[in-house]
Design a binder for this molecule. Structure first.
Ligand SMILES: Nc1ncnc2c1ncn2[C@@H]1O[C@H](COP(=O)(O)OP(=O)(O)OP(=O)(O)O)[C@@H](O)[C@H]1O
Length: 807
C-alpha cells in the first residue's frame, strides 16, 4: 500500500521547532550537545525518533478515546489500561495483579493479542473522542490523500498533539501498536449481531439476490510464534472492523519511518477469544435454518495455512467446530419440526487433492465431475444415509482419517486438500394452511486448504507440488471472485476442480457464508493481508436469490381430499375432451393428406375404402385391411398409428392398385388379341365351309337368326351368346367371369354372371376392373356382330366351336 511521508515530515518539523524553542529557553548541557552532534551524523536517528513520537501520539489518542467511552475511573480505583513504565507510577502494577487473578476480564483481547515475551510499553492517557471514528477518519485520509493535514497510513494519529521525545523513544522500543482491549462478547450482543445480519440478508433477498456474508476470525498467537518473538499485527474493533498493521523492522531503513496498515470492515469479525459456539451462532445457525426451509446454503473457510480453518470447521473433541455444531443443530431441529417424525439426512464428504476429486467416505478411484440439472456432481460419490448425530460424527471422523494432511513448516497437521462435506436434508412439515410440505435443503461445509507461499511450507518437495496445486485452485477461486464482483458474463469456474465444485455456492441460488481465518503474528502479515483482501472482495459477490425446494403434499382433511378428487376428475375430463378434439383434427389432416396423395378423381378415395380387387385380395381368408379410420381418441397411444404411417400405408395400397390395373390392362389386351385370332380363325373356317356348302346362297346373319331357338339349358342370356358360350360345366374363365368377378353382389346362375343380373343390381360404385372392362365389352358388342356378319357363312352358328379349348 502506498505510504505518504509528508505527514511525518510535517510532524517532524513541528517536533524540531519545539525542540529549538526549548533550546532557546534552556541552554544545552554538554551531554545534549553530544547527542545533537550524534543525531546530525546519523540522519536516521532523528527519523526514528519522530516515528516513535508518532506511535506514542497514536497510543495516547487511542487510550484517551477509550477512556472517554468508558466511565471515568474513580479516584481510588486503578486505571483500566496500563501504559508506559513511567506511568507505572499510576497503579499499573495493582491493575495487572487484579487482571491475572481474573477479577477483570475486560482486557482479554489485548492481553491475548500482545506478545507476553515482548517488551510492552504501556501508556495511560486522558479521554478524547471516539477511537473507532478517529481510526476510520485517518484511514480515509491515508487512502485518499486528504488535503493538508498530517497523513498517516494505518492507524489514527491525532494531529496537533505534542509529546516529549523521551516518551516517544521509549514507546518505540518494541511496544505493541494494538493496546486496546476488546470487551468479551455477550449473548445479547450476539443476538443483536444476528439481527443485523438477518436484516442484511432479507434486504438482499428482497432485491432478488443474496450477498455472500463474510466473517473474519482471528486465532490466538501460537507457541511457535511467541517463541519467534512475533508481535500482534491485527486488531479487531467493534466486532466488525479489522485493523492490520505492519511493523517496520529496525534494519529496514527504507521503510523505517513508515507504519503500514489497513482497515477492513466485515459483516462480523471475531477476536481470538471467540468461542466455537459464538462463531457457529453468528455465521452458520441461520444458514441451517434456511436449509430446513428447503434452501441451499454453503459455508467455506478461507485463509493461510495454520490460520485456523480446520479448527473453525471441524474443531476438537472439546471444542467442536461449525460442521459438528451445524449437524447437531440440524438433527435437533428436524426432530422438532418433522410432521411425521420421518426425515432423511444424506451425507457425502469429498476432497480435492492435487486437482483430483476423492471420496473421503469410501476412498477409491478419483471421481469425475459432471454437470447436470442439479449442478456440478461428482459421479460415483457415496451418499450415506445418517440417522443420528453420532452416526454423522463417526462418518466425519472416518472421512477425516482419509483426508490428506501432512506436517509443514507452518502447521503440523496441515490439510493439503480442500474438503467438502455436503448434507442433504429431506423432511415433511405442516405449513400455515395445514398442507403437508416436503422440504429438501442442502448444506455444504467447505474447509479449504491453506493459501500459502512456498516458503511458508517446504520447497522442492511433494509439499511444494501440493502447494502449487492449492495455490492454483485458490487462484482460480480468486479469478472467479473477481469476475463475479465485476459482473462479467463468463465466470471461469472450469479452471479448477475446486471452483467447479464451488460454482453453486458462489454463483448459484445459494446462501453463502465465507469465514476468513487469520493469524495475529506480524510474521504472517503478507498472508493475513492477502486473506483480508480476498475476503473484502468476496463481500461484493451476489448470488442468485435462493428459492425453497418444497412440494405441497396431499391435504389433510377428508373434505379437502374429496374436493381435490373432484377437481382432479374435472381436470381429467377436460383433458380427455381436449385430446379427442386434437385426435379429430389429426384425422381430418390425415384424410386431406391422403386425398392429396391419391388420384385426383373423387372416385379414387372411395376405391380405397372399397375392398381391393380379387387379385390383390387373395380369396382365402383375407384379413380385413385395417382402415386408417380405425381407432378413436381413447385408443391407447401404443396402438395409434401416426399420420405418417397411415399415409405411407395408403401410398402402398395405391401402388398395388396401380400395378393391378396395369396387369388387368395387359390381360385385356391379350384377350382382345385372342378374340381377334378367334375371329380370324372363324373367318378362315367360314371360307372353307362356304367352299363345301350351298353355293350361291349367302346367309345373312341377323341377331334373331343367331339366337338359337331352343337355347340349351344353362346357356347364358348374355351378349356373349353370339359366340356360343361354352358348356355350363366348363370351368374355363370367360370374359364375364373376369369382369363381374369383382362385383360380389351379383348373383350367379350356375356360378356364372349375367348382364341382366348386373342391370338388376342396385347401382354400385364400379370397380376399377369394371371400369376397364366396359370399353372392351362395348367394343365387342358393337363391332363384333358386324365382323361376324361380314365373314361368317350361314349355318356356322350351329357348329360348336371349341372356344374353350382354344382359350
Ligand atoms: N481459534 C482458535 N483457538 C485455539 N486454537 C486454534 C484456533 N484456531 C486455530 N487453532 C490452532 O491452530 C493450529 C492450526 O489450525 P488449523 O489446523 O485449523 O489451521 P488450518 O488453517 O486448517 O491450516 P491448514 O491450511 O494448513 O490445514 C491448530 O493446532 C489449532 O488447534
Amino acid at each position: 500500500m502506498p505510504v505518504s511521508t509528508r505527514s511525518q515530515g510535517i510532524i517532524n518539523n513541528q517536533a524540531q521547532n519545539d525542540s529549538n524553542q526549548d533550546q532557546r529557553n534552556n541552554p544545552r548541557t554538554d551531554q545534549e550537545e553530544y547527542l545533537m552532534a550524534h543525531q546530525m551524523r546519523n540522519p536516521h536517528h532523528g527519523l526514528k525518533e519522530k516515528m516513535k513520537a508518532l506511535t506514542l501520539l497514536y497510543e495516547q489518542q487511542k487510550l484517551a478515546s477509550a477512556a472517554f467511552k468508558n466511565p471515568p475511573v474513580p479516584k481510588n480505583e486503578e486505571p483500566r489500561f496500563s501504559t508506559h513504565p513511567s506511568v507505572e507510577l499510576i497503579n499499573s502494577a495493582r491493575r495487572d495483579e487484579k487482571e491475572e487473578k481474573g477479577t477483570k476480564p475486560i482486557c482479554n483481547v489485548m492481553r491475548e493479542n500482545v506478545m507476553p515475551s515482548s517488551t510492552v510499553t504501556r501508556t495511560y492517557v486522558m479521554p478524547p473522542p471516539s477511537m473507532v471514528e478517529e481510526a476510520k477518519e485517518n484511514v480515509a485520509l491515508g487512502g485518499g490523500g486528504g488535503g493538508g493535514g498530517e497523513r498517516i497510513v494505518g492507524f489514527s494519529c491525532p494531529r496537533k498533539a505534542r509529546l516529549s521525545s523521551t516518551v516517544a523513544r521509549k514507546l518505540s522500543m518494541g511496544g505493541s501498536v494494538v493496546p486496546q482491549s476488546e470487551p468479551r462478547v455477550t449473548k445479547k450482543e450476539i443476538a443483536q449481531d444476528l439481527e443485523t445480519i438477518s436484516e442484511k440478508r432479507s434486504d438482499s433477498a428482497a432485491a432478488g439476490t443474496s450477498r455472500i456474508l463474510v466473517f473474519v476470525r482471528l486465532r490466538p498467537m501460537n507457541k511457535k510464534e511467541k517463541e519467534a518473538g512475533s508481535r500482534c499485527c491485527v486488531k479487531i474493533v467493534n466486532k466488525r472492523d479489522v485493523f492490520l498493521t505492519e511493523f517496520a523492522t529496525e534494519n529496514d531503513y527504507l521503510r523505517l519511518k513508515r507504519l503500514r496498515g489497513r482497515h477492513f470492515t466485515f459483516d462480523s469479525s471475531f477476536p481470538d477469544s471467540t468461542t466455537q459456539q459464538e462463531v457457529y451462532s453468528t455465521t452458520t445457525a441461520e444458514l441451517v435454518e434456511d436449509v430446513l426451509q428447503g434452501k441451499n446454503g454453503s459455508v467455506f473457510c478461507y485463509g493461510a495455512t495454520g490460520a485456523g480453518k480446520t479448527y473453525t470447521m471441524l474443531g476438537t473433541v472439546e471444542n467442536p467446530g461449525v460442521m459438528v455444531l451445524a449437524i447437531k443443530d440440524l438433527f435437533n431441529k428436524i426432530r422438532q419440526r418433522s410432521f411425521d417424525g420421518n426425515h432423511v439426512v444424506h451425507l457425502s464428504y469429498l476432497e480435492v487433492y492435487n486437482e483430483t476429486v476423492r471420496d473421503l467416505l469410501s476412498p477409491g478411484r478419483p471421481l469425475v465431475l459432471r454437470e447436470d440439472k442439479q449442478g456440478i456432481v461428482a459421479a460415483g460419490l457415496t451418499q450415506y444415509r445418517a440417522y443420528s448425530t453420532d452416526e454423522v460424527m463417526s462418518l466425519l471422523q472416518q472421512g477425516n482419517q482419509n483426508r490428506t494432511t501432512e506436517p509443514t513448516r507452518a502447521n503440523e497437521t496441515s490439510s493439503r486438500s480442500h474438503a467438502i462435506l455436503q448434507v442433504i436434508v429431506e423432511y415433511q412439515v405442516k405449513d400455515a394452511s395445514s398442507n403437508i410440505v416436503n422440504r429438501v435443503g442442502k448444506l455444504s461445509l467447505i474447509d479449504l486448504a491453506g493459501s500459502e507461499r512456498a516458503l511458508a511450507t517446504d520447497q522442492r518437495t511433494l509439499r511444494s507440488l501440493e502447494g502449487a496445486n492449492i495455490n492454483r485452485s485458490l487462484l482460480a477461486l480468486s479469478s472467479c471472485i473477481n469476475a463475479l464482483v465485476e459482473g462479467k458474463k463468463h465466470i471461469p469456474f472450469r479452471n479448477s476442480k475446486l471452483t467447479q465444485l464451488l460454482k453453486d455456492s458462489l454463483g448459484g441460488a445459494c446462501n453463502t457464508v465465507m469465514i476468513a481465518n487469520i493469524g495475529p503474528s506480524n510474521l504472517s502479515f503478507g498472508e493475513t493481508q492477502n486473506t483480508l483482501h480476498w475476503a473484502d472482495r468476496a463481500k461484493e459477490i451476489r448470488t442468485k436469490a435462493c428459492d425453497a425446494n418444497e412440494e405441497i403434499q396431499v391435504p389433510d382433511s377428508e373434505a379437502d381430499q374429496a374436493k381435490l378428487l373432484l377437481e382432479l376428475q374435472k381436470e381429467n375430463r377436460e383433458l380427455r375432451m381436449q385430446l379427442a378434439r386434437q385426435q379429430q383434427k389429426l384425422l381430418t389432416v390425415q384424410a386431406q393428406t391422403l386425398a392429396a396423395n391419391s388420384s385426383p378423381t373423387p372416385s379414387t378415395t372411395s376405391s380405397f375404402l372399397s375392398p381391393l380387387p380379387s387379385s390383390v385380395q387373395p380369396n382365402e381368408k383375407r384379413k380385413p385391411r385395417a382402415s386408417f379410420l380405425t381407432g378413436n381418441c381413447f385408443t391407447p397411444e401404443s396402438k395409434k398409428k401416426s399420420a405418417d404411417d397411415t399415409v405411407r400405408e395408403l401410398k402402398k395400397t395405391v401402388k398395388a392398385l396401380e400395378t393391378e390395373m396395369e396387369r388387368m390392362k395387359r390381360d385385356h389386351a391379350m384377350q382382345i388379341k385372342q378374340k381377334d385370332d378367334f375371329i380370324r380363325e372363324l373367318s378362315r373356317k367360314g371360307v372353307k365351309s362356304s367352299g363345301t356348302g350351298v353355293e350361291g346362297t349367302r346367309r345373312v346373319v341377323t341377331r334373331a337368326s343367331l339366337r338359337p331357338k331352343d337355347p340349351p339349358q344353362g346357356e347364358l342370356k348374355s351378349p356373349s351368346h353370339r359366340f356360343l358360350s361354352p358348356a355350363p360345366t366348363a370351368k374355363k374363365r370367360s370374359f364375364w367371369d373376369i369382369t363381374t368377378a369383382t362385383s360380389p353382389s351379383l348373383t350367379t346362375v350356375n356360378g356364372r354372371k349375367t348382364k341382366s343380373h348386373v342391370s338388376m343390381e342396385p347401382a354400385a360404385a364400379p370397380s376399377m376392373l369394371l371400369q376397364l372392362a366396359y370399353p372392351c365389352f362395348w367394343f365387342m358388342f358393337l363391332f363384333g356382330p358386324h365382323v361376324i356378319n361380314y365373314v361368317i357363312q350361314p349355318g356356322f352358328s350351329r357348329q360348336r366351336p371349341e372356344i374353350t379349348k382354344q382359350r
